[in-house]
Structures are given as structure tokens and as C-alpha cells.
Design a protein around this ligand. Structure first.
Ligand SMILES: O=C[C@H](O)COP(=O)(O)O
Length: 264
């Protein structure tokens, strides 16, 4: 049995659930944001195929802009996702509804990213609505939560739990959900939240998640580099990572994936 399968079993045993027909397991999502055009995305995916073995790619999902979903899904041979959605189909010029993403082969969709909240006026309410739309379409929402300004760990945990509860009030209790705890102050920073801080927040989120029947994955994002997962895993009930800058260097991404897949 590979270490990846052992990890899958371990996480699966805890949640006793499956996501997209496979045991709930470790997950690393890399958001390309709006950094890469079509050609650069293709080169990036070629680099991932070259540098990251297929077994490790099983825990990877790339979150790409809408026009790149088809290319990513066809070329990567792994799950892919979107960075946002619109909750319903209809007269919503410029938006892309959840059902259409599902048709396009999307497995995951990020909702409520800090940049959506800051730049586009989204909040916990619109995020919960989008999470519900994703689950209704059979897409696992990656729900971004976390404090805006630096807080002490206990206050940060209370804020994250409040956001998680507001999402879970909308989402059916059996649907798989991933929470990406990504404090705004850590995004793009030189260093992220400490293991003790993340441990306090994720322990609280795990308590919220334990009241559900569906698989609930807990991820951390914000200044993620090689070494981050191992350090966090020692202190927090963490299942994976949300990665920004580091994911665009395929050798660094391979090291992160290897660490997440093999760390007990
Ligand atoms: O979605 C990804 C994040 O916003 C974190 O980016 P970062 O790892 O470059 O800080």
C-alpha cells in the first residue's frame, strides 16, 4: 500500500465518507488566480506532468479561470476547479453558474476568497449561497474563511467558527465541504500563521465539523511553502493546503505535494 493510500485510509477512517467516489483524503488546491494566460497555463501544466508523478497528482486540484477549465481538465489528468461561481442560471450577464461548471468537469469550486470579499463586496451570506449552489451541482465547495486583521488565536478561532457555521446552515449536512482557513493578513506575506495559531483555529473548526455527517476537510492557506504542512500537522487536525505563489513553481509544488501525501 502506498503512503498516499495509507493517508487516504487514515483520513477516510476519520470521516468514513467519500468525495467524488474516493475516500476523503489529503487535498492540495493551487489557485492560479488571474496570473497566467492560456499559453503559460499550458506550460505550467506540462511542467506539473513532467515534475509531479501521477500518484501525487491524485491529491492535487488546480483552480483556474473559467476559460482554462477545459484545457486544465484535459491536460492535467487530475481534478480541477473554479475560483468562483454564480448560484443560479439565468439572466446574470458575465457570470458562470454552478451547473455549467459541473458540466465543464469541475470537481471543486473555491467560494468566498478574501480577494472576492475585499474587491467584489462578497460576505459570509453570499459565500454560503455559493457553497450551497456548488453542493447542489455536485461540486465540492472550498469555502475560504479567516480573520481580516491579526487576532489572537482564540478570537481567530471564534471568527472562523462563526463563518463555518453560517456556511453549514445552508449546506446539507451530508454534502462534502472543504474549509480553507486563510487569514487575510497571511496571504502573499513572507510567513504565515504559526502552528499554534492554526492548531487553535482548526481544533475549533473540527468541533464544528464533527456535528455533520458529510466529509469536511480542513485546509490552511496563506504563505505556504515546503515545510508548512509538516509543521502545521504537528499541531492541527489539518487535511491539506491552499497554495498560491509556491504552486507556480512545479519543483516546489512537487515537494509540497510529497510532504502532504507522506506526512503522518
Ligand atoms: O489562494 C491562495 C492564497 O491567496 C495564498 O497565496 P500565497 O500562498 O501566495 O500567500
Amino acid at each position: 500500500m502506498s503512503s498516499l493510500e495509507e493517508n487516504a485510509d487514515e483520513v477516510g477512517a476519520r470521516s468514513a465518507e467519500t468525495v467524488h467516489g474516493r475516500p476523503a483524503r489529503r487535498l492540495v488546491c493551487v489557485s492560479a488566480k488571474a496570473h497566467l494566460g492560456i499559453e503559460r497555463t499550458e506550460r505550467w501544466i506540462d511542467g506539473i506532468r513532467r515534475d509531479v508523478d501521477p500518484e501525487l497528482r491524485r491529491i492535487l486540484t488546480l483552480l483556474v479561470p473559467f476559460p482554462l477549465l477545459g484545457t486544465t481538465s484535459a491536460k492535467l489528468g487530475a481534478s480541477c476547479g473554479a475560483q468562483d461561481l454564480w448560484p443560479e442560471a439565468g439572466a446574470y450577464t458575465g457570470e458562470v453558474p454552478a451547473d455549467m461548471l459541473a458540466e465543464a468537469g469541475c470537481h471543486y469550486c473555491m467560494v468566498g476568497h478574501s480577494e472576492r470579499r475585499t474587491l467584489f463586496g462578497e460576505d459570509d451570506r453570499s459565500t454560503a449561497r455559493k457553497a450551497l449552489a456548488a453542493t447542489t451541482a455536485g461540486i465540492t465547495p472550498i469555502v475560504c474563511i479567516g480573520e481580516e486583521q491579526r487576532l489572537n488565536p482564540v478570537s481567530a478561532a471564534a471568527r472562523a467558527a462563526e463563518q463555518a457555521v453560517s456556511t453549514l446552515e445552508s449546506v446539507p449536512r451530508t454534502s462534502p465541504v472543504a474549509f480553507l482557513y486563510e487569514p487575510r493578513w497571511a496571504i502573499g506575506a513572507e510567513s504565515g500563521a504559526t502552528p499554534e495559531h492554526v492548531g487553535t483555529v482548526l481544533d475549533e473548526l473540527r468541533r464544528v465539523a464533527d456535528a455533520r455527517d458529510g466529509a469536511t476537510m480542513l485546509l490552511y492557506g496563506g504563505a505556504v511553502f515546503p515545510g508548512t504542512f509538516r509543521a502545521l500537522r504537528a499541531e492541527a487536525p489539518i487535511d491539506g493546503l491552499g497554495v498560491g505563489r509556491s504552486g507556480r513553481d512545479t519543483a516546489v509544488l512537487r515537494d509540497i505535494l510529497d510532504e502532504v501525501a507522506t506526512c503522518a
